[in-house]
Ligand binder design. Structure first.
Ligand code: CDP
Length: 373
């Protein structure tokens, strides 16, 4: 081997080593930058940075309103005629848009994530991050959903027991766009809740509780038939909320990714880390809770997409017209009403939310449907 050849080989080898090192340094810097940015955002959010949120944001206080106060005026809502006030609805939408981009609340797009990118959990107590899996990139829409669409009327269907025997089904279905919450039942409740679904939410915990995290073939079959039952729709999965749901989300994504050919009817939607901004908006409205309810988040989405918004199944009280109500319309009849004692008080303050929804109803910005339709 000539000295010339050896020298050439050594040069090639040295250049290779330099390139590998440069790549390593670059990747580390990018990752570090990413972490630093997220860290700063995190510090801001918990109030140690610039402190965008008012102090005391996280202190748990008692609900401002008693149930009776919150319920006040319900009879007027039922009896008095209602008409849509376009100006009031537009004002609400405009105010909301000052806090967050509602289309980001609907979903991230595949451009927003890259495999291996880091995502921070909103409610993580420590600096917990999640690595975005490749499947997520494949499952997300390439463009923002509904960007140039506006629906004249929308039904947002909450899960309150008030819907049982309401006969609201046909009214719900008559809207141009129907949003439902948390994989709520339709089968057997059609007369009261309708059958159409354009978007439905799915808290990851549902996969654990109702489908045993798809552990057996039977659980998978039950999940598959439920996924198909809603027709063509957007499956809205709130993520990055708590670190303990990581594994569940991963199971869901892997399942949808593997069987994507079977679920052409389902478009996955993943809102990114938008909850802090949404909470901030609601805080400015006097709604101060550990976590905004799913129904209220759906109202936020509806106000971006829809002109006239109709809310059904938003009634967080244990009785109506002298009769007791189940917490959820699809609760089994023997289920105790434990939720009314502790459920929403722990995470949500639904009566406080209801007070604000009543105001919007009065202004004509939305219509609350309570009782029989
Ligand atoms: O996920 P989350 O606990 O918020 O929702 P859910 O219990 O599945 O119910 C869906 C939505 O319906 C809630 O977020 C509330 O907005 C509404 N709801 C209500 O107003 N009154 C009830 N008794 C139950 C639910």
């Amino acid at each position: 081997m000539s000295w010339r050849f050896t020298r050439r080989m050594l040069t090639v080898f040295a250049v290779g080593i330099i390139l590998i090192c440069a790549n390593f340094v670059l990747m580390n810097t990018i990752q570090k930058l990413d972490l630093e940015q997220l860290h700063l955002k995190y510090r801001d959010f918990i109030g140690h940075g610039s402190g965008r949120l008012p102090s005391g944001y996280y202190e748990k206080t008692d609900s401002k309103f008693s149930e009776d106060n919150s319920k006040e005026g319900v009879n007027d809502i039922i009896r008095k005629p209602w008409s849509y006030n376009e100006t009031a609805a537009k004002e609400e939408r405009k105010e909301m848009e000052q806090y967050f981009n509602p289309y980001k609340v609907i979903t991230m797009t595949s451009d927003d994530v890259a495999h291996g990118q880091l995502a921070r959990f909103y409610k993580a107590k420590s600096m917990d991050f999640n690595i975005v899996p490749a499947g997520l990139h494949r499952l997300l829409p390439t463009k923002q959903l509904f960007k140039n669409e506006r629906f004249r009327t929308c039904s947002v269907v909450g899960n309150s027991g008030i819907l049982l025997n309401s006969s609201c089904g046909s009214k719900i279905d008559s809207s141009n766009f129907v949003i439902r919450c948390n994989f709520a039942s339709i089968l057997g409740y059609e007369k009261d809740v309708g059958v159409r679904t354009n978007m439905i939410t799915f808290n990851p915990s549902i996969l654990d509780k109702r489908f045993k995290r798809l552990a057996t073939k039977q659980d998978q079959a039950r999940f598959q038939s439920k996924l198909k039952a809603y027709g063509n729709y957007v499956l809205w999965v709130p993520v990055f909320t708590k670190e303990y749901v990581t594994r569940t989300i991963r199971t869901l994504l892997d399942y949808l990714d593997i069987y994507s050919h079977t679920f052409q009817n389902v478009q996955l939607a993943f809102p990114g880390n938008v909850l802090p901004e949404i909470s901030e908006f609601w805080y400015s409205k006097g709604v101060d809770e550990e976590r905004i309810s799913t129904g209220l988040l759906m109202y936020n989405i509806a106000s971006a997409l829809c002109e006239e918004i109709h809310l059904f199944g938003f009634y967080p009280f244990s009785d109506f017209d002298g009769r007791p109500l189940a917490y959820h319309y699809d609760d089994p009849p023997n289920k105790t009403h434990q939720h009314y004692d502790w459920g929403y008080r722990r995470y949500h303050r639904l009566p406080d939310e209801f007070v604000y929804l009543k105001k919007l109803h009065k202004k004509g910005a939305l219509k609350l449907h309570i009782g029989k339709c």
